[in-house]
Design a protein around this ligand. Structure first.
Ligand code: ATP
Length: 331
């Protein structure tokens, strides 16, 4: 059986700045990956590396500048607005308190989804479907009935939003930082839930996160992004257990913690980010402890090393051109 989702050479260019200082950044640059049925694939990287833009293009919220997205081998552009797509792919967002209107009872969202997608023929059928999905995430219809979002904890409300996403029996959940706004003590229980949904119900998950600890725990494969590029991708145990790309190593050593108060980057951070996006060669060159001359000149090609893809001159055919590689056997 072929992959469930294929992302092929996907790119998104944004134009930033004012009329006189306009710059074009490739927020997502020729990104290619696939997700199999019943697989959890993580896209990880620091803020501003293009993870959300990738997810938004898959969901159809953002139009790709180029590239293709295939779902079960079919180009999604052909059926993006059809029922089939909405039933198959569902999103779980970062902040459950923004998903639900504070003035509406939470259960109303469930009945609305059942109605909109024609998921039940009778009211008892609707009750039983909603209760079944809520139970799959450790809640029940009785427990949520009559309650407003403010009466739930962040963790409970995120569970409710996952249950709502499950109503149509989707094959793929796209979860963008689903635990970063949830209390640290509850994060593992939510990510475990994704693993359970994948193992027990065959739901695939595109898990987008800063948090390599939860990624290590639940994902089958992982792609590390830096300034629009996938720099390393492969089985999670290989990539995080024995990282090859200097950026993956740095990310593992720093383990950035998502801070809900830090939702917006400072102007200086944004300018540094923009500068990196505009670099000619490897976008990580300015920060790389293993940088060589070639790194600032040419973007490294994809190379396959020890069961994973790496985009780094240290491993490419030109690896020996780096000063530190001269006379040393290539890795
Ligand atoms: N609508 C937009 N217009 C212009 N630039 C954008 C837009 N959306 C994102 N960007 C820029 O594209 C780059 C990638 O952003 P993106 O949100 O995809 O990264 P991210 O890794 O998901 O970060 P975060 O975790 O903070 O959301 C950033 O430099 C961001 O400022």
């Amino acid at each position: 059986m072929g992959p469930l989702l294929e992302v092929k050479g996907l790119s998104k260019v944004f134009t930033l700045g004012s009329f006189l200082s306009r710059v074009r950044i490739k927020a997502v640059d020729e990104v290619t990956f696939s997700i199999q049925s019943a697989e959890i694939f993580t896209l990880a990287g620091e803020s501003g590396c293009g993870k959300t833009t990738t997810a938004r293009m898959i969901l159809g919220f953002e139009t790709p500048t180029s590239g293709k997205i295939l779902f079960r081998g079919e180009d999604v552009e052909g059926f993006r607005n059809r029922r089939k797509w909405f039933l198959q792919v569902q999103a779980v967002f970062q902040n459950p308190f923004e998903t639900f209107n504070p003035l509406r009872r939470v259960e109303s969202y469930f009945f609305e989804t059942v109605h909109n997608f024609d998921l039940a023929a009778t009211p008892p059928e609707a009750y039983s479907l909603i209760d079944e999905k809520l139970k799959a995430v450790g809640l029940s219809l009785q427990e949520i009935s009559g309650k407003y979002p403010s009466e739930f904890s962040g963790g409970q409300l995120q569970r409710a939003s996952i249950a709502r996403a499950l109503l149509a029996n989707p094959s793929l959940l796209i979860a963008d930082e689903p635990v970063s706004m949830v209390d640290a003590s509850l994060r593992m229980s939510i990510v475990n839930l994704f693993r359970k949904l994948c193992d027990n119900f065959g739901v695939s998950v595109l898990y987008i996160t800063h948090d390599l600890a939860t990624a290590y725990y639940i994902s089958d494969r992982i792609g590390i992004m830096f300034r629009g590029n996938l720099v390393e991708m492969g089985p999670t145990e290989k990539v995080l257990g024995d990282p090859k790309h200097p950026y993956t190593k740095l990310l593992l050593n720093s383990i950035p913690q998502p801070d809900p108060r830090m939702r917006y980057r400072t102007t200086i951070q944004l300018l540094e980010e923009q500068e990196e996006y505009l670099l000619e060669g490897c976008k990580f060159a300015n920060r790389c402890p293993e940088k060589g001359k070639l790194c600032s000149e040419e973007m490294p090609a994809e190379t396959f090393v020890d069961g994973r893809m790496v985009r780094c001159h240290l491993y490419g055919p030109d690896g020996d051109n780096l000063p530190e590689r001269q006379g040393i056997k290539r890795r």
